[in-house]
Design a protein around this ligand. Structure first.
Ligand SMILES: [Zn+2]
Length: 139
């Protein structure tokens, strides 16, 4: 089993799918800024950590994409795995390469959006791990 992200969001002007995960994130397709932010980062970090804890890697073997959030989650899991499979490069470099090499079709506007979002998830994951370690030390 895996933890799914039931979140869908489309720009009200151009209908592009994206995630306004912080207040100042505008639509990456048309630049519109009118939506209430939805902080999806903790959800994604939680789901990623669950995958790692149960499977030992991030990308689920089978992943049913039930929402836009799930689609985004899968891409971020793949970037996280690409990062943990090597030691030389910084996370941002890996995310940059992954997003540049991926075929986005008519969703090219997602490239930088997802690269930035993946980095926020990466930071949240590290924070989560540090908290867990502190808690373990207290026991
Ligand atoms: Zn838009």
């Amino acid at each position: 089993m895996s933890l799914h992200i039931m979140y869908n969001h489309q720009c009200s002007k151009c209908e592009a799918f994206y995630i306004p995960y912080e207040k100042d994130i505008v639509c990456p397709n048309c630049g519109l800024n009118e939506e209430e932010p939805y902080d999806i980062v903790p959800d994604l970090a939680h789901s990623a950590k669950y995958q790692m804890d149960t499977m030992g890697f991030y990308t689920p073997v089978a992943w049913w994409t039930g929402s836009f959030g799930d689609y985004v989650a899968l891409i971020i899991f793949q970037i996280l795995d690409a990062y943990s499979d090597q030691e030389e490069k910084e996370f941002q470099e890996i995310a940059f390469e992954y997003c540049n090499n991926r075929t986005w079709g008519n969703q090219l506007y997602m490239k930088d959006h997802l690269r930035d979002l993946s980095y926020s998830v990466f930071l949240a994951l590290n924070e989560k791990q540090n908290i867990d370690m502190e808690q373990a030390e207290c026991l």
